[in-house]
Design a protein around this ligand. Sequence first.
Ligand SMILES: [Zn+2]
Length: 94
Amino acid sequence: MPWMPESKKRKQMHERRVVEPRYNTSRWRRYRASFLALNPLCAECDHAATVVDHITPVRLGGEFWEPTNHQPLCTEHHNAKSGREAHKPHTYTS
Ligand SMILES: [Zn+2]
């Protein structure tokens, strides 16, 4: 990733939705993998969980590393919860 001045970074943060930088750490990736190994099913349905969701979103004051603030979600439910405005729900034809 190219280095950029602090002022420019801050400007970018205001322009786009803030992405929590801790998601990109190896600590989180390891934590996520072990959490999903222990909690393989979505909290909302019986599908395989693929996401460790923050029950109280970090941007709303939820604690990032607090295990009681984590729940396993499948992609569908995670999108439904956190991407309400950004993602259209998937429609499956069977
Ligand atoms: Zn689900």
